[in-house]
Design a protein around this ligand. Structure first.
Ligand code: Z5A
Length: 238
């Protein structure tokens, strides 16, 4: 059992031993901020995260919220340098090194940007967060959910998003939307990106209270209406 009033993430579906899961659950505590909120946008490449994040930022600012927008990997000077390494198609990285670099950039972002913003009551909109590591490194790269969660618990001090907006899209459609040169992870084959999509859907199914799954193939204004509804429902609870 967790501490009363402290939400926890549901257990893994990736085959960890039951007692290990229970112990891990006890450690997966998340600090609540009285007014601030962390909203993460997730999905495959080209799902519309940046588009929707910008639209939500405008909506929340019009309603008087302080909004802090950031992205992963990156969002800090150190994080942007780590991003350059992580996304460079010319860099060869072992999957564990890759997972640790994503976690390192995240640790810096949480310490330098996200926690201070939450502490002063801002709404933080983050283009990708922990669930990207669980889907890309844990599932698609095959590292497994538990080790990736463990490393990230250390990196973030257990900070989880209050809401994860999952823009669900067939990766083939996401590919077609992209025109620029692909980065080191985007160049992976369609099978890899399908595993990512499946992992995101599995994560959402295991945590329906925190995830809002939106059809990323719908027209952008319809997606925006669904995203706005989910975000406002969260903020009205505060
Ligand atoms: N990664 C990881 O492996 N592990 C981690 O822990 C983290 C990340 C944090 C970061 O790439 C890479 O790092 C990413 C995962 C990995 N690699 N992959 N794949 P990034 O940040 O450079 O790129 P991205 O996150 O994949 O996002 P993106 O490709 O820029 O896409 P997006 O932000 O989701 O979409 P968008 O830019 O808003 O829209 C793309 C295009 O579609 C654009 O022309 C829009 O006008 C159009 N669009 C948007 N919405 C619609 C709708 N509804 N209909 C039609 N067209 C639309």
């Amino acid at each position: 059992m967790g501490q009363p009033g402290v939400p926890e993430r549901p257990s893994s579906t990736h085959g960890a031993h039951a007692t290990g899961v229970a112990a891990a659950q006890r450690r997966r505590t998340r600090r609540r901020y009285s007014t601030g909120a962390l909203i993460a946008f997730e999905g495959v490449e080209g799902a519309g995260k940046s588009t929707q994040l910008d639209l939500l930022r405008g909506e929340l600012e019009r309603r008087g919220h302080e909004v802090v927008v950031t992205r992963e990997p990156g969002g800090t000077p150190v994080g942007e340098r780590v991003r350059a390494v992580l996304l460079d198609p010319g860099v060869e990285l072992d999957p564990r090194a890759e997972a640790l670099l994503f976690a390192a950039a995240r640790a810096q972002l949480v310490a330098q940007v996200i926690r201070p913003a939450l502490e002063r009551g801002a709404v933080v909109l983050c283009d990708r967060y922990l669930d990207s590591s669980l889907a890309y490194q844990g599932a698609a790269r095959g590292l497994g959910r538990e080790p990736v969660e463990e490393v990230n618990r250390f990196a973030t001090g257990g900070l989880l998003p209050d809401l994860v907006v999952l823009l669900d899209l067939d990766p083939a459609e996401g590919f077609d939307r992209r025109v620029e040169r692909r980065d080191r992870i985007e160049v992976e084959d369609l099978g890899f990106h399908r595993r990512v999509r499946d992992a995101f859907r599995e994560l959402a199914a295991g945590d329906p209270d925190r995830f809002a799954v939106v059809d990323g193939a719908a027209p952008a204004d319809q997606v925006a209406a669904a995203v706005r509804a989910a975000a406002l429902a969260l903020l009205e609870q505060r």
